[in-house]
Design a protein around this ligand. Structure first.
Ligand code: BGC
Length: 759
């Protein structure tokens, strides 16, 4: 519907009708106004399948939802590093939405994995904002290609479940832009999600729902977002102020209470009616965008979509360790051990919980094969070793040629609503792995978990396969990887630290009361581990393959560029092994010298290439200013410092194979702001400025003859370096204290001259 028509509709609405459009009619629908032909519009969770509730609604995944297909969760899909795959998965989800009459699917969820402890990490993509925003953008592209909306969530700085409805994330401006906003920015600018969901928490003093700075100034004014902002379910705290800040739709419904407040505020003059009109216009725009593009013939076949879920799962499984044992020969005597071989943990708990129409386990796949035996090994309803199950498992492992243990995290260990308190797997599973590995040298561990775990047994097993939470078809995908029918190609979108205490947010993750300070700043994930040169269990970007790849011929189209230019980088990748495979080529940029504190390197692009044995392909990347920039808080914008940068091509963040240096010249001059506190050293950086203030220091730093007055011993100790340093770090007001005749007012006059230099 055209903007004009929507405005005509709004003009015909009463104030009460307009207010009612600004909140849900029930748990999942917007309000209908029949007399004006405005239909109720259904939204639904998401993000990795449909949680469509056609009866009792809830936001915790408690009541039933329709039978649907559960795709791998965000933790896994991000590991695929395959944008096209996510776009196809999105198109499948979009079609499901069309068939089910859902106008907006509530996802993807892009919150940064600040700590491995966050209970919802399984839904989120990465510790790196570029990966998060690119993968989310790819999914949005696919879903919206079917004329169904998405709701990228949870905006903003919502990185824990503890006190999720009241906590205040205190994050400095640069960190917000480089890490937490950046996770949303690319997807919002490039893929234009129809809606954005604001989070429950506060950011620097204001609830996300009431945060004009981010909901309006950043989202709309800077990034050009033109859809509606919806609250997370129950995140509205002050309906009128939220509306003013830019929160259009309240969900679910306050049963009219908040609508009444909107009406009253307009009537008593504390809220402009135009603010309500704008919110209604945005909401109607999306409702009609969907209505007018309904695919009346849309239908979905759950079995077909199950196959799609399997295809996606195959690319989300990361091969973490392989001492030559994998792939296995499926005709060997193999013991499949562990409850998750029969009942995989394939999704997380909470609002993303899907009522799967079927689940394929690894045991389902190998059923009927007499060479593969099963032993349950443990129960996961309580963390207690069942000695009988353990003994049976050890026996089965002893008799077999290979033992494959299916382990990971039980539901009780990670979920929406609460955070983990440690990074361990259940003791009963760790014990099982130790005991089996003690009798069976050929042991492989398959992990089903949504977030990193510690692996105290890592040196005792020959293989580790990270299956993440792989969706309802995960069993088939895992077996394809184990038996080499599919070559693993996923890489970790997060670091697996050796232990929880190594994580940069460890000391202050949960905060004090409601206050959570993001003191690690921009040093999240590999940005921290790299800077500290720390050993990790598995680095960001890491993952093995059954074939080998060689990188060559890294070229750049120019070695000198301005920050307004783009840089084209290309590199050749060859499959030097015997099996077809896919490689994730990673491009990092390192600022070689900088006046600001920066990470050692940052991921700026990636590509996934499919290569037959012996085949070579050229991958080309285009970098723009943003690839070299940091967020400058003085100009409140991205800035590139003139200087040398390294273009690094890596197989992982810790395996850089090729590098090239380019020089980037800044076209933006950041004006120096001088005060009486500016140090001499900083003034000296501009010779013109130094010339101006030189007379202030003409008498020597501590007054005439000061050196002659010190005793011999002291004179020996006063080196030239020390005198230089003393001068360099002295504020311009220094001479006021150190020699008479100069007043603060005099210094201020010099400062004024300095500030006039470039104005
Ligand atoms: C979650 C959202 C979800 C909503 C609706 C909230 O509790 O945080 O991610 O979309 O409920 O179920």
């Amino acid at each position: 519907m055209t903007t004009e028509k929507i405005r005509e509709l709004i003009a015909r609405m009463t104030l009460e009708e307009k207010a009612s459009m600004c909140s849900g009619a029930d748990f999942w629908h917007t309000e209908a106004i029949e007399r004006l032909g405005i239909p109720a519009s259904m939204v639904s969770d998401g993000p990795h399948g449909l949680r469509k509730q056609d009866q009792e609604g809830d936001h915790l995944g408690v009541n039933d939802s329709i039978k649907a297909v559960c795709f791998p969760a965000g933790c896994g899909t991000a590991a695929s590093f395959n944008r096209e795959l996510l776009t196809s998965m999105g198109a499948t989800l979009g079609n499901e939405c069309q068939a089910e009459g859902i106008s907006v699917i509530l996802g993807p969820a892009v919150n940064i994995k600040r700590s491995p402890l966050c209970g919802r990490n399984f839904e989120y993509y990465s510790e790196d904002p570029y990966v998060a925003t690119e993968m989310a953008g790819a999914l949005i592209k696919g879903i919206q290609s079917k004329n169904v909306g998405t709701s990228i969530k949870h905006f903003l700085a919502n990185n824990q479940e503890t006190r999720r409805q009241s906590s205040e994330s205190r994050v400095d401006e640069r960190t917000l832009h480089e890490i937490y906003l950046a996770a949303f920015e690319g997807a919002i600018k490039k893929q234009k999600p129809w809606t954005v969901m604001c989070s429950y928490n506060r950011i620097n003093g204001f609830y996300a729902a009431q945060n004009h700075k981010y909901l309006t100034e950043t989202l709309r004014d800077r990034w050009g977002f033109d859809g509606y902002v919806v609250s997370d379910w129950g995140a509205v705290n002050n309906r009128v102020e939220d509306l003013k800040a830019g929160l259009d739709l309240e969900m679910p419904t306050s049963l009219g209470a908040n609508d009444k407040l909107i009406v009253e505020a307009v009537q008593n003059g504390t809220l402009e009616e135009s603010v309500v009109d704008t919110a209604v216009e945005r909401i109607l725009n999306i409702i009609f965008r969907y209505e007018e593009n309904r695919d009346k013939n849309a239908a979905w076949d759950k079995d077909e979509d199950h196959e799609m879920a399997r295809k996606v799962a195959e690319e989300t499984i990361v091969l973490l360790k392989n001492d030559g044992l994998l792939p296995l020969n499926e005709n060997d005597d193999i013991a499949f051990i562990g409850k998750y071989a029969e009942a995989p943990r394939y999704q997380g708990g909470g609002s993303s919980h899907i009522n799967s129409h079927k689940v394929t386990s690894a045991m389902d796949v190998v059923s009927g094969k007499s060479n593969i035996v099963y032993a349950r090994g443990y129960n996961d309803d309580e963390d207690k070793t069942d000695e009988t199950l353990l003994a049976e498992a050890v026996e089965a492992a002893k008799k077999a040629k290979v033992a494959v243990i299916f382990a990971g995290l039980p539901d009780a260990f990670e979920s929406e609503g609460f955070d983990r308190t440690h990074m361990s797997m259940p003791n009963c599973q760790n014990e099982l792995i130790e005991k089996v590995a003690a009798v069976q040298p050929n042991t492989v561990v398959v992990l089903h978990n949504g977030s990193p775990v510690e692996m105290p047994w890592i040196d005792k097993v020959k293989g580790v396969v990270e299956a993440y939470l792989g969706g309802q078809a995960v069993g088939g995908a895992v077996c394809d990887i184990l038996f080499g029918k599919v070559n693993p190609s996923a890489k970790l979108p997060e670091t697996f630290p050796l232990k929880l205490e190594d994580n940069p947010s460890y000391l202050f993750y949960f905060g004090e009361g409601d206050t959570v300070e993001y003191r690690e700043g921009i040093f999240v994930g590999y940005r921290y581990y790299d800077k500290k040169k720390m050993d990790v269990l598995f680095p960001f970007g890491y993952g093995l393959s059954y074939t080998t790849f060689e990188y060559s011929n890294l070229t750049v189209d120019k070695e000198n560029l301005k920050d307004t230019d783009t840089l084209t980088v290309s590199v050749n990748i060859t499959n030097t092994g015997k099996m077809a495979g896919k490689e994730v080529v990673q491009l990092y940029v390192a600022d070689k010298e900088s006046t600001v504190i920066r990470p050692v390197k940052e991921l700026r692009d990636f590509a996934k290439v499919d290569l037959a044995p012996g085949e070579t392909k050229t991958v080309t990347f285009t970098l723009d200013k943003r690839a070299f920039a940091y967020y400058n808080v003085q100009i409140h914008d991205w800035h590139v410092e003139t200087g040398e940068f390294e273009i690094l091509i890596g197989k992982s963040s810790r395996d850089i194979v090729l590098r090239k240096t380019v020089t980037v010249e800044s076209t933006v001059k950041i004006p120096m702001v001088y005060t009486t506190d500016t140090t001499v050293g900083d003034v000296m950086k501009d010779p013109r400025a130094w010339e101006i203030v030189k007379p202030l220091f003409a008498n020597g730093m501590f007054g005439e003859g000061s050196e002659a007055n010190v005793g011999d011993a002291a004179a020996e100790a006063i080196s030239e370096e020390m005198m230089e340093a003393m001068l360099k770090y002295m504020p311009l007001r220094g001479p006021v204290s150190f020699h008479g005749g100069v007043s603060m007012a005099d210094v201020q006059k010099y400062v004024d001259q300095l500030n006039a230099l470039d104005s």
